[in-house]
Every structure is written in structure tokens, then in C-alpha cells.
Design a protein. Structure first.
Lengths: 255, 305
């Protein structure tokens, strides 16, 4: 059930050069959020008209965390929230990932897209499966170490790569895939920039692959059709029919 | 004192609350309905339905500026035939009176859609979205002359079993000629304003910032424009005016009622906060109580220069 909840900031930590991990008090949303679902955060106190959508990064019985990358005025304002400040959050929203019990999965994340894979990795392990993860970032400063640390506890093998600069593993996620037998997994889950997802299509579209898409949304509630994408079943709303789609169904040339 | 919060909308009948939800911002999607349920909503207006399915405009469809939103959805919808099926499957339980918004490229298209909607029972009315930029006959942009608006209203009126609301764009509300033409042709009410035609440019890519060349502007920035038009037009026509344009609070809603709107409709801000109808009604009720106002029309009767 989707609810509107006034949530107090429990903590707001800078975890990379442009990213914050914000934990809010929440009972109702945290209780029902499923892997891959998102929330809509009110930024009206920061002078914004529309809410901002974020994947649910993690939950406890009393809190939910979001990874907020600063990309504009709304996200910059959220990044500056102090402990105890309250914001209204609507959620959980959208259709999340599907999980096969006991499956071996590969998670592929790019940039802030890694955030949508955290609850998933926990659910895979809880369902008796195991997962490996490959995460790509543009440069070292963008790696959210706290978040990568969280994943290292659920992913069996975690590879972090950066496009360029001073870091032991350099190259993009495609380079890392080329180094492993990526055929051996039962399921693939991807979230990241469109260019990264599109590059993965030739390799993964014939496999059981799910992608979580990002979109500009007005309502986030399935009513305005502001975030429609083309699929093999016609136009679909990212906020309502997604944000998780099978890689196969998305018309990648139109994105 | 006991305040009456119901409104009389002429031939449309009576609404339990003056707060309506505007076309384009209402849908029966589950998450939205879960948040809207129980709110004091007098009526909802569906997204605009066209004769044939429409895929809508390319992305991006949404642009947010300070205090405004520009959308270029392009009337994405499933077409009237599938809408009728969908209505019969999904609208039964929503709990609010429903007005269906329709648009056509020609008088004939409007008429065909209106006829097909006669198969639905219990609609409160049809809202004619008359802002269509397409050309139909004599090379004139459809909706650019009052006579054409009158023709559409008259033709739909003769075939629809539901009362008609003529929804005017700000360009059709610059004076009262379109509203008068709609009223004379038998419209039960006028609603205004539709979004303001607007565009945004992406200077880094030398192209429009929306997928389509331009879109419609809504949100708090358009409110004063809407108020002026509602003030003028509600004094020209003798049918009710439903006022909308950037309403974001109870105070905004009271301004519209004071300017002459018989009912008000919320759009953009309802998407941001589906609990807005309840907040607005709370403010209206408190205002009426404080000023000893017995019924809603009295709010505008008290207005003076």
C-alpha cells in the first residue's frame, strides 16, 4: 500500500564527492518497500515544485535510506538536510525486481544506479541464492565507500571499476564483464546510466535480465504519463509499469 | 453556524465539494488512488480521450522551472473504444463523480467520441478540450475562432446525453467571445484555464528542452493569469465557471472562489500532494466559519473593489 509519511532525518552522511546517504525515520514505507521500488521525496521546503524520485537503498524496521546524488537544485537541497528535519515521502512505488529462489545472480551497477541493487542483494541472499556484483564509476571520488562496503557483505565477489584516474581497477563494466565467464549466471540485474545499459544489451538481452530505469517524473504515481518509454508492448510508464523492466522488452533505440 | 460546502453547477448538478481534480492529473493508477481515497473531491476529470489511440510525444515530456511545470505529454491515451472498456472495468469503485475530457481534430471526431461515451452510465459530464492546434476546415486552427467552438458544443450537445463543459485555453479566455459562444451553444459550464502554451530551450544542445517543440505551462506561476480570466469571464457568462490554474493551497482556492469560480480544480499540485483536497477544504471551511459565510457563492458576492 502506498502511503504518505512525514519522515525525520536520522542521519545524512556525505559518502562520495557528490553523494549523500540519507537515513529517514519511517515505519510504514520502510516496512513494505520491496527491492527495486522507489519513493517520491517532497522538496517543497527547498523551493521545488515536484517531488524527487529515489530508489530505496536500504530499510530497517524503523528507517529507510536513500542514496542522493547531487545533480540539481532539489538534490543539493536534500544533501543539506540536517538531523531531525522532516520531509514528506510517498512510497513505496513502482514494480521492483523479481527474484528466483536459490539463483546465482550478477548485479551490474553504474554510478548512483548501484543504490537500487542493495535491497535486491539482501533479498537474493535471504532467498538462498548468491550474487556477484560489478560496479562502475566515472572516477575514484565518486565511489561511495560506505555503500560499496555494505555490498561487500552480501555480494560473494564485488568488483569496483572506474572509467579513468588513479584507481587499481580501471575501465568500464563492459571491460570487467569481458574478463569473467559472465554466461554462468541464472539472472542479471542492471541499473545505471542509459549508455551503460544500452552497451549491455547485445550481451544480456537474451538472458534473464532485468533493468531498473531512471526517468524524469512529474507525479511518480502512474497518472500523468510524463515518464512513458517505448517497449515491445507499447508505451509504458517508468513510475508505474517499472522502474524495473526486462531488458528484452525495452526499445533501447528510443531511449 | 452551519456552512454549506456543496456547489450547484447548473445542468451538471450538485457537487458535495467544490474541489475537483483537473484533466491530465487524474488516473485510476493504484498508488495514486490509495492516496486520494477519502479526500473531499467533488468530481474528477479524466485525461483527455481521443478517437484513436495516441502514443504521445517523445521524451522529455516534463520540464520543471521555478514555480512552474511544462508538460508535453501529447495526449497519450488509449482511444475512446478502449477507454469505455477500461472505464467499465476500473472506474466502478473510485468513489468520485467522473467527467470525461475529450478532444478531436474535427467537429465530427468530437461527435463520434461523445456518441461512444453515451454507452457509459452515470457520467457527470463531458469536458471538451478545445485547445487543439490542428486545422479543420477553412484553414483555420481549430479552436482559434469562437464560431468553431460554438459548432463543437452544439454538435456534441445534440448527440451526448451528458452535460458539456467547455474548457478554454488562456488564448480563448483573453476576452469573453469564446466563453459566450460556448454558453450560447448550450454548454453547461466553462472551465478555465488550460495550460499556457510555452516553450523551453536547451541552449547547450541548440534544441527544445522538451521532446516536442513546445508544451503547456502549469503550476503556481500561472495562477494570477488564471484569476484575472476567471474574474472577467465569470461576469460575462450566466453559466458556472470552474476555475483552475496553479492552485496549491486553501488560500489559493479561496481566491478563485472569490474571483467568481463556482468550483475549483487542482492539477499539477494534486500530483505532488494527493492530500491537497482535504487541506483545501479544511481552509475553506475555516474561512467560511470565520467570516460567517453560509454558502460558497457568498465568498465571491463579498468581493468588492
Amino acid at each position: 500500500m502506498t502511503v504518505s509519511e512525514n519522515c525525520a532525518v536520522i542521519s545524512n552522511k556525505s559518502v562520495s564527492i557528490d553523494g549523500n546517504l540519507i537515513t529517514f525515520s519511517s515505519e510504514k514505507i520502510a516496512h513494505s518497500a520491496l527491492p527495486g521500488q522507489f519513493v517520491e521525496v517532497s522538496c517543497s521546503d527547498g523551493g521545488m515544485l515536484l517531488r524527487r524520485p529515489f530508489s530505496v537503498y536500504d530499510t530497517t524496521a524503523e528507517s529507510l535510506s536513500l542514496f542522493v546524488k547531487s545533480v540539481g537544485r532539489g538534490t543539493r537541497w536534500l544533501g543539506g538536510l540536517r538531523e531531525g528535519e522532516k520531509v514528506n515521502i510517498i512510497g513505496p512505488l513502482g514494480k521492483g525486481f523479481s527474484i528466483d529462489e536459490g539463483s546465482r545472480s550478477l548485479l551490474i551497477g553504474g554510478g548512483c544506479g548501484v543504490a537500487s541493487l542493495r535491497l535486491l542483494s539482501k533479498a537474493i541472499v535471504e532467498a538462498g541464492g548468491e550474487c556477484d556484483a560489478i560496479f562502475g564509476f566515472r572516477k575514484r571520488e565518486e565511489i561511495p565507500e560506505t555503500i560499496v562496503g555494505d555490498f561487500s557483505r552480501t555480494a560473494r565477489r564485488l568488483t569496483v571499476t572506474v572509467d579513468s584516474g588513479d584507481y587499481p581497477v580501471r575501465g568500464n563494466v563492459m571491460d570487467r564483464l569481458a574478463e569473467i565467464e559472465f554466461d554462468r549466471y541464472g539472472r542479471y540485474y542492471c541499473c545505471g546510466p542509459t549508455a551503460m545499459l544500452r552497451a549491455l544489451v547485445p550481451l544480456l538481452s537474451l538472458k534473464t535480465t532485468e533493468v531498473s530505469l531512471e526517468a524524469k517524473m512529474a507525479c511518480g504515481l502512474g497518472v500523468c504519463y510524463g515518464c512513458t518509454i517505448n517497449t515491445d508492448r507499447g508505451g509504458k510508464r517508468v513510475c508505474y509499469d517499472g522502474p524495473v523492466f526486462t531488458m528484452k522488452e525495452v526499445e533501447w533505440n528510443d531511449l | 453556524m452551519i456552512c454549506d460546502h456543496s456547489v450547484e453547477l447548473g445542468a451538471i448538478g450538485s457537487l458535495a465539494s467544490p474541489v475537483m481534480i483537473s484533466s491530465g492529473t487524474f488516473g485510476v493508477a493504484k498508488p495514486y488512488m490509495e492516496l486520494l481515497r477519502g479526500q473531499p473531491v467533488g468530481a474528477v476529470v479524466t485525461k483527455t480521450i481521443t478517437l484513436n489511440p495516441k502514443a504521445g510525444n517523445p521524451q522529455p515530456r516534463i520540464y520543471e522551472g521555478p514555480c512552474y511545470l511544462i508538460n508535453s505529454i501529447g495526449l497519450e491515451n488509449q482511444g475512446v473504444d478502449r477507454f469505455v472498456d477500461f472505464y467499465n472495468d476500473e472506474y466502478g469503485e473510485i468513489g468520485f463523480p467522473v467527467i470525461v475530457s475529450i478532444s478531436g481534430n474535427s467537429v465530427d471526431e468530437f461527435v463520434t467520441i461523445a456518441r461512444k461515451l453515451n454507452s457509459i452510465d452515470g457520467l457527470l459530464g463531458l469536458e471538451l478540450n478545445l485547445s487543439c492546434p490542428n486545422v479543420d476546415g477553412e484553414g483555420l486552427a481549430f479552436g482559434s475562432v469562437p464560431e468553431r467552438i460554438g459548432e463543437v458544443v452544439k454538435a456534441c450537445g445534440s448527440c451526448s446525453r451528458f452535460p458539456l463543459i467547455a474548457k478554454l485555453s488562456p488564448f480563448q479566455a483573453i476576452d469573453d467571445s469564446f466563453a459566450l459562444a460556448a454558453a450560447r451553444a448550450g454548454a453547461a459550464a466553462i472551465s478555465l484555464i488550460n495550460t499556457v502554451p510555452a516553450m523551453v530551450l536547451d541552449i547547450h544542445r541548440f534544441r527544445p528542452a522538451t521532446g516536442a517543440l513546445s508544451g503547456g505551462m502549469s503550476g503556481p506561476a500561472v495562477k494570477p493569469i488564471a484569476l484575472k480570466m476567471i474574474y472577467e469571464i465569470s461576469r460575462s457568462v450566466d453559466i458556472p465557471v470552474i476555475g483552475m490554474g496553479g492552485i496549491a493551497s486553501g488560500e489559493d482556492a479561496i481566491e478563485f472562489l472569490m474571483a467568481g469560480a463556482r468550483a475549483i480544480s487542482i492539477g499539477t499540485m494534486n500530483m505532488v500532494d494527493p492530500s491537497l483536497p482535504g487541506q483545501i477544504m479544511g481552509k475553506i471551511a475555516g474561512f467560511m466559519e470565520r467570516h460567517d459565510i453560509e454558502n460558497l457563492p457568498e465568498i465571491s458576492r463579498r468581493f468588492h473593489l
